[in-house]
Design a protein around this ligand. Structure first.
Ligand code: ZN
Ligand code: ZN
Ligand code: ZN
Length: 234
């Protein structure tokens, strides 16, 4: 949390003292209320060097058999610092798995805000597709990368957004551009579960190929149909 964010919280909390600490430095301390920030999937914002803490080793069972056991210990430390209430702040597009486990579990919690369901990763279903900017421009990938390597195709009609695959009420699958101004329907790959067909151009000609080829080697394809004015090859 930066200084201005901290100042904003102080302005809401005139009666008491507000201070910022790392989880590590808060060990052994207690406060009336605790706010845990940055509980997101891409980073926990946690250091992960408390595994050798002798007191924690007494309190917690050997948790090494759990995933992320070190971060789990830290999270536990953070959650138990409050006398009254703990607030967790997560990015709604990609909350940490810890936050999701709390929501799904049988705990006394109140959730405000919602996860963006239209961007849910179809492959791992716990991740969300994020827009990123790299050396070669904008690209999209699942926030659970590298655990999940799914990348959605970008719509070739508008170039502005990703194409997501759905099952219609009639059971038929279709794929649609997520841009509100475009909504172009794309064909799905019949050979796999998540693939969308997109134009592939080679020296030997052009065809519609599965966009999952790079990830799963799916060889689903369809020969090109001439589609009137919008056809790039007319
Ligand atoms: Zn995913
Ligand atoms: Zn589009
Ligand atoms: Zn496919």
């Amino acid at each position: 949390m930066n200084k201005s964010e901290l100042a904003e919280i102080r302005s809401y909390w005139r009666g008491g003292t507000v201070s910022q600490k790392t989880i590590h430095s808060s060990k052994g301390l207690e406060s009336d209320f605790v706010i845990i920030t940055d509980l997101n999937s891409d980073h926990f914002g946690f250091p992960s060097d408390v595994h050798d803490d002798p007191i924690l080793n007494l309190i917690l069972p050997s948790t090494d058999k759990f995933e992320d056991s070190e971060e789990r210990r830290l999270f536990y430390v953070a959650l138990t610092r409050a006398k009254h209430q703990t607030h967790l702040l997560c990015d709604a597009t990609c909350p940490s798995r810890f936050a999701e486990e709390l929501v799904e579990g049988d705990y006394k919690i109140v959730v405000s805000g919602e996860k963006d369901a239209s961007r849910k990763c179809p492959v791992c279903s716990s991740g969300v597709i994020l827009k990123k900017t790299g050396k070669y421009g904008t690209y999209y990938e699942c926030c659970n990368k590298p655990i999940c390597n799914y990348k959605p195709p970008v719509c070739n009609a508008c170039g502005q957004d990703i194409v997501m695959r759905y099952r219609g009420k009639d059971g038929k699958e279709f794929a649609i551009c997520q841009s509100k101004n475009c909504k172009t329907i794309h064909e799905v790959c019949n050979r796999c579960t998540f693939g969308v067909l997109r134009e592939v151009h080679t020296n030997n000609g052009s065809f519609l190929g599965c966009h999952e080829f790079s990830r799963t080697r799916c060889k689903g394809y369809k020969s090109f149909e001439v589609r009137g004015e919008n056809n790039l090859f007319a």
